[in-house]
Design a protein around this ligand. Structure first.
Ligand SMILES: Cc1ncc(C[n+]2csc(CCOP(=O)(O)OP(=O)(O)O)c2C)c(N)n1
Ligand SMILES: [Mg+2]
Length: 626
């Protein structure tokens, strides 16, 4: 029955019956397993298909994607969009957008998510009718919570039931497919004609990229895709449908915020969800220095402030840090730049802060009744509904470039683990990686739960691009590939550090990077466990006075241990490890980085002892969980 998906349709296409079955079934000519090219575009170049005016509905869709300058479309194929697939290859020549074949739909969307984290722009992902969309949902939710733009194309139908093939077209047609993901996308549509599809694509791109950003979904009726265009559509200049959406702050609110900040004796800035723009980064630093504000940043989102700046409070945080609470208590003004969980960071105060709270955010535009990812409601004395970067420029202007009010504390030193032979911890992994990377430009594309902000400095907006957004384990490898795709040729070294659970859930994302020559280093913080949940079981056992020693059951990936380096090698990547001794790490990392510099994908399996956080003086680990 499975093969039914490949049975040609009885939909009446002009040339359908002319293609003999034997042509369809002929195996592709044998190709050398791997060409020497390092050029992503050269990996899958179609033979030219001659002059080629748009003749089908899906040709129109492909043309709009091209006119929108969308560089890539990550996909896993399916008969529901075979019309579009053909148009992408044979009508626009598999260029702009170029297809990136993925082995799972979750990877396709995660790659687009990672790409957006670096560029701030949506690329496309295509998924088969409802079943492909089902696979993609986790990654769509991650992108949604991370407020990242992705244009997702799906398919259904034929919506006209009379045109459906038996069985397969029926199970893969749903009355309202968009309902699957409507609660965690900005917008969705199911256009009924090529003209409507063109408009839907333009709207999708505009909405997805407008702040606050988010994923959008267009469901393309198979019949619409395969329909013959009766006459060409009138020309359309895509750029005229992309008016920039200005999210500037009202001048009176900026004036008020500037006055509060100028008069503040102990201001604190919570630098949250901001862009990767270097100019905006510098403005944040200038503002903090002008008003003498202490600044904190979060590992949930991309780097927002130099972590080795004297005004940066301790290290960037993953979970609320104890060090911050006294500062927030003392603060007379707290400025949140779209901090992801403002109420959460204030919660340890035990009540509303005594200082004034200014929130700059557009996030309220996305809040809906289905997902509580809007977090608890914070007390706010001045709400500025604006893009934090835009508001920052205005705020800085209103304050004026005053001489620095405070030099802050002395520079924070990075965590240095104690030397000597002992079982590896995450901090040893970080130290050796830091040494191997040296001073070169590096982007941390993903970090594991066990990571601590004190392991690594962020000195540029691209030094770290933030977490998966939605806490969906399995996002790490795909997001890292997308980040590496966006950084290819930039000179930056992309490093995705993943937990072993995260890595294993979407390890096949790596094949796409290998296949399309996207250099990437993946380091697996391999504790052979879904360890986060061991900590939860420990907590339950203690609370219920039951044996803590049982916490590993249903959590540890032992017997057999999984050979992660072999999983990498099986996909054409370089696999290193398992490494269990700190002394071996520098050489292995150096070799892996050399492989990445030579254009390869390298995976290093580092066997770390379970534990969250750096070892304290007594050798025990901090216990904070997600
Ligand atoms: C899709 C999904 N499934 C399950 C969870 C629950 N969960 C949170 S962290 C975690 C463990 C992740 O394991 P790993 O990546 O190895 O990190 P570790 O906790 O071992 O450091 C799990 C299962 C989740 N957040 N997302
Ligand atoms: Mg683990």
């Amino acid at each position: 029955m499975i093969g039914l998906d490949r049975v040609p349709s009885n939909r009446s296409l002009p040339d359908q019956k002319a293609i003999p079955m034997s042509t369809r079934e002929v195996a592709a000519p044998a190709r050398p397993s791997r060409s020497k090219t390092t050029d992503t575009a050269a990996v899958e170049r179609p033979i030219p298909s001659g002059t080629n005016a748009a003749g089908f509905g899906s040709d129109v869709v492909a043309e709009v994607l091209r006119d929108l300058d969308i560089p890539y479309i990550a996909l896993n194929p399916g008969a529901s969009y075979r019309g579009l697939h053909d148009s992408l290859v044979n009508h626009i020549g598999n260029a702009a957008p170029q297809m990136l074949l993925c082995l799972h739909e979750e990877a396709a969307v995660a790659i687009a998510h990672g790409y957006a984290k670096v560029t701030g722009k949506a690329m496309a992902a295509a998924v088969h009718s409802n079943v492909g969309l089902f696979h993609a949902t986790m990654a769509i939710f991650n992108a949604w919570c991370d407020r990242m733009p992705v244009i997702i194309l799906g398919a259904t139908g034929p919506v006209d039931a009379a045109k459906r093939r038996p069985w397969i077209d029926w199970i893969h047609t749903a009355a309202d497919q968009g309902a699957i993901i409507r609660n965690f996308t900005k917008w969705d549509d199911q256009p009924a004609s090529p003209a409507a599809a063109r408009e839907a694509l333009l709207r999708a791109s505009w909405l997805s990229n407008a702040k606050p950003q988010g994923p959008v979904y267009i469901n393309l009726d198979a019949e619409m895709q395969e329909s013959v265009l009766e006459k060409p559509l009138p020309p359309c200049d895509a750029k005229r449908y992309m008016p920039p959406v200005v999210n500037a702050a009202p001048a009176d609110l900026i004036k008020q915020a500037a006055e509060w900040l100028k008069g503040a004796r102990h201001p604190v800035i919570l630098a949250g969800r901001v862009s990767r723009d270097v100019g905006a980064w510098k403005q944040r630093v200038a503002l903090a220095e002008a008003v003498g504000a202490r600044v904190t940043t979060s590992l949930k989102v991309g780097a927002a402030f130099p972590t080795d700046h004297p005004l940066h409070v301790d290290a960037p945080q993953n979970f609320t840090k104890d060090e911050l609470t006294p500062l927030l208590k003392e603060a007379d003004v707290i400025l949140s730049l779209d901090w992801v969980d403002l109420a959460g960071v204030l919660k340890p105060l035990g009540g509303p802060p005594s200082g004034k709270v200014i929130q700059i955010s557009l996030d309220q535009q996305l809040h809906n009744g289905w997902s509580s990812d809007y977090q608890a409601l914070p007390p706010v004395d001045l709400f500025i509904s604006a893009d934090p970067d835009t508001a920052m420029a205005a705020l800085l202007q209103a304050i004026g470039l005053a001489p620095a009010k405070s030099a802050g504390e002395p520079l924070r030193a990075l965590h240095q683990p104690k030397s000597g032979e002992r079982a590896l911890g995450i901090e040893d992994l970080a130290l050796a990686l830091r040494g191997a990377v040296g001073k070169r430009d590096t982007t941390l594309a993903h970090l594991p739960l066990s990571w601590q902000g004190s392991f690594w400095h962020m000195r540029h907006p691209l030094d770290f691009v933030g977490s998966d957004g939605g806490g969906g384990v399995g996002g790490g490898p795909g997001i890292s590939v997308g980040v590496a795709l966006a950084l290819k040729g930039s000179g930056r070294l992309p490093i995705g550090i993943c937990g072993d659970g995260d890595f294993l859930m979407s390890v096949t994302s790596l094949w796409t990077a290998v296949h399309y020559r996207i250099p990437l280093l993946v380091v697996v913080a391999n504790n052979r466990s879904f360890y986060n949940d061991e900590v939860h079981q420990e907590r339950m056992a203690i609370l219920r006075n039951r044996p803590v020693d049982n916490k590993w059951i249903g959590q540890k990936m032992l017997d057999p241990e999984i050979d992660l380096a072999a999983l990498a090698r099986a996909q054409g990547a370089r696999g290193f490890g398992p490494i269990s001794r700190a002394l071996e790490l520098p050489d292995v990392f150096a070799e892996a980085i050399a492989a990445v510099d030579a254009g390869e994908v390298a995976v290093v399996d580092v066997r770390i002892e379970p534990g969250y956080g750096a070892r304290d003086a007594g050798g025990t680990m901090a216990r904070k969980t997600g």
